[in-house]
Design a protein around this ligand. Structure first.
Ligand code: SME
Length: 150
């Protein structure tokens, strides 16, 4: 993974004359295309005043998990913990919502606006244990840039 190249591409996308939604969609598309073990990339955001996440833009197979209550699954846990959550092997997780038998690992990074956790980026991979420090660094960068759009 060439982090600096990917960061430049993300900045370019964000600076395009597009709506926020189009920018988020472009980020999902770019990450899924450029990183071969990113098989599903999506953004979940807090659903108004409800204690649940709602799926926003994503790239990859449609999922039935459009609404995720806080506390449920990896995403719902991150909504409460405010911490990155890297799952090298989803089989080891009890509190996990499956999006298909092909998914083997997952990484979720929260998005903070004014220090409040307002959503997250979620990546599913068909590979076991693919994520490194670079994924964390890249996705934290993406979340910081996205936060500035919101
Ligand atoms: N696996 C997630 C659910 C969302 S999908 O990955 C798109 C979870 O456990 O929260």
């Amino acid at each position: 993974m060439n982090i600096s190249h990917l960061k430049e591409s993300i900045i370019k996308l964000i600076n395009e004359e597009n709506t926020v939604s189009e920018k988020l969609q472009s980020i999902c598309n770019l990450l899924k295309k450029e990183i071969n073990y990113y098989n599903w990339v999506g953004f979940y955001f807090k659903n108004g005043n409800k204690l649940e996440l709602k799926l926003a833009e994503f790239a990859g197979e449609p999922t039935e998990h459009v609404i995720i209550p806080f506390g449920k699954g990896i995403c719902g846990q991150v909504a409460l913990s405010n911490q990155n959550f890297v799952v090298p092997n989803v089989e080891t997780q009890d509190n996990y919502i499956s999006c298909g038998f092909k998914v083997k690992s997952e990484i979720v990074i929260p998005i903070f606006v004014n220090k409040i956790n307002i959503g997250q980026i979620d990546i599913d991979s068909h590979t076991v244990n693919p994520f490194t420090k670079n994924d964390k660094l890249l996705l934290e960068f993406v979340c910081e840039k996205v936060a500035q759009l919101l």
